[in-house]
Ligand binder design. Structure first.
Ligand SMILES: NC(=O)c1ccc[n+]([C@@H]2O[C@H](COP(=O)([O-])OP(=O)(O)OC[C@H]3O[C@@H](n4cnc5c(N)ncnc54)[C@H](OP(=O)(O)O)[C@@H]3O)[C@@H](O)[C@H]2O)c1
Length: 281
């Protein structure tokens, strides 16, 4: 089956005004899929859509909405009611940073809404349609931050772990309908958000090296959005064959996950915490 027959004619990319979401949209458009982009910053999203349209002859709808809205599933459902959606990539994330005890209630609730509630309900909404078609895909974008609890990023890591396990469980259920669902575990990626955060830190190569030595964690240079997006679509290009419950954006991240899995948890969690507290003072 051709890619567009399996995952087209239309893909939803939730969280697609910029960065990784825009790169996922580009990969989907390059394979001939029409797009529904979702983000809050409408102007930025429309300029991303224009740039993609200039390179690929596809239809792009822009849905300017906050994925934290409690009625988000109705809003998205209405927006795509006339479209034959074959792929959902849930990429958006809320990322509260700082000590848990001083994180605001609003930030904690937004983290749960964007990273837990909305992906759960949206995947069910779109999953019902995909199961009825008997083909399609759902990708939950998770993080290497999901692989251990992490000081300073406590609610973020916990919510990305939820998406990781959600994607794995759905892999097993959705394959009964010939629908590919899985979690995509992303490591450090040079998205605008990552670069903005990094610009507030003095991330010299010397500092990164000393942190890696002290914490026992590799501090790899971030990958480009294009590379991380291309690696996801290389998985989808397999069109169902050899797609597993979780895929990593880079083999180095998978290797680290495997080696951490057999280390004492206290060692893994403390090492990551030493790194994040050194960076986010
Ligand atoms: N960058 C990294 O190093 C890294 C590492 C590991 C995992 N990840 C994962 O990769 C994904 C993308 O990361 P990123 O750094 O590109 O994230 P981001 O810049 O914070 O957001 C990605 C996209 O989601 C949209 N978005 C965020 N919150 C939204 C909301 N409430 N409603 C609607 N749209 C929303 C943003 O657009 P608007 O702001 O216009 O709404 C943007 O287009 C996330 O799932 C993240 O957890 C990233």
């Amino acid at each position: 089956m051709a890619f567009a027959d399996r995952y087209g004619p239309c893909a939803i990319i939730a969280g697609a005004s910029t960065g990784l979401g825009a790169a996922f949209a580009e990969e989907a458009a390059a394979r001939g899929l029409d797009l529904v982009l979702i983000a809050r910053r409408g102007e930025l999203m429309r300029s991303t859509a224009d740039a993609i349209r200039s390179r690929h002859p596809v239809e792009i709808h822009c849905l300017e909405v906050d994925l934290a809205r409690p009625d988000i599933v109705r809003v998205v459902g209405e927006a795509v009611s006339d479209l034959d959606v074959g792929l959902l990539v849930y990429n958006a994330a809320a990322e509260p940073q700082g000590r848990f005890l001083t994180t605001s209630t609003d930030d904690l609730l937004a983290n749960i809404a964007v990273n837990v509630t909305t992906p759960t309900l949206l995947v069910r909404e779109i999953g019902v349609r995909l199961a009825a078609r008997g083909r399609g895909g759902v990708v939950l974008v998770s993080s290497t931050g999901a692989l251990q609890g992490t000081k300073i990023f406590v609610p973020y890591g916990a919510s990305k772990a939820y998406e990781l396990i959600l994607g794995e469980g759905l892999w097993d259920e959705f394959r009964e309908h010939d629908v590919d669902a899985f979690a995509y575990v992303v490591g450090a990626t040079a998205t605008p958000t990552y670069l903005h955060n990094a610009s507030k830190l003095d991330l010299t190569p010397e500092l990164l090296e000393s942190l890696a030595r002290d914490s026992g964690q590799a501090t790899n240079a971030p990958r480009s959005c294009e590379e991380v997006a291309a690696n996801l679509f290389a998985v989808l290009d397999r069109e169902g064959k050899g797609i597993g419950p979780r895929h990593y954006s880079h083999p180095d991240d998978e290797a680290r996950a495997l080696s951490d899995a057999i280390r004492p948890r206290a060692e893994v969690v403390s090492a990551m915490g030493r790194m994040t507290s050194a960076l986010w003072r």
